[in-house]
Design a protein around this ligand. Structure first.
Ligand SMILES: [Cu+2]
Length: 197
């Protein structure tokens, strides 16, 4: 009994994350992220792609390899563009892009999908999609009535970006979700370019 409880407790400690972009491919850490954020952050994300951000700063601070400014944990969980150069999506202004989310454990809250300027970590324009509340509601999730468009949706690439996102690495599409009760943030990033036509 005790060993079962201990096993459950350790399992709960491991399975604490809850969502990530399934497609198009999201940034995943490699050597550049290890060099910016240290091994502990990378190990956490590799072990659980859905993991939240809040656990990471403390983990990172204990790691001698952590360079806070370069890592920038609150953008794409610190995962660096250099590790995702093979997955840069090329979009056209006005193109419709389907995004699918792997949502493993719900925490009701707010969410958005936005284009982020990676230099300033600020949203460019308005979010492409926005759920001010009611995203990933436990009751809907476990009742199997979670609206499909929370995990499988389409965004329109704006026609107003000019060449702001023409260079790979300058912008990401970020799916961001905050579970208000759990106080956990989730971030996944898609690298892309869009150039003026
Ligand atoms: Cu949780």
């Amino acid at each position: 009994m005790l060993s079962t409880l201990l096993q459950l407790a350790s399992l709960a400690a491991l399975v604490h994350g809850h969502g990530n972009i399934a497609t198009p491919p999201m940034r995943m850490p490699g050597d550049a992220t290890t060099s910016a954020c240290g091994k502990s952050v990378v190990a956490d994300i590799v072990r659980d792609k859905t993991s939240h951000v809040e656990g990471l700063p403390e983990l990172a601070a204990k790691d001698t390899g952590y360079k806070a400014a370069q890592c920038n944990l609150w953008l794409c969980r610190g995962v660096q563009f250099a590790d995702n150069k093979a997955n840069v999506q090329t979009y056209k202004p006005g193109q419709t892009v389907e995004i699918k989310i792997n949502l493993t454990i719900p925490h009701v809250g707010n969410a958005n999908v936005s284009i982020i300027d990676t230099k300033t970590n600020a949203i460019i324009g308005k979010p492409l999609l926005n759920w001010p509340s009611g995203y990933a509601d436990e009751k809907q999730f476990y009742g199997k009535t979670l609206p499909t468009n929370q995990t499988d949706f389409k965004v329109d690439i704006p026609t107003t970006l000019g060449n702001q996102c023409a260079t790979a690495g300058d912008c990401v599409i970020q799916w961001w979700w905050y579970g208000t009760g759990a106080k956990q943030s989730y971030e996944s990033c898609i690298d892309f370019t869009v150039a003026e036509v």
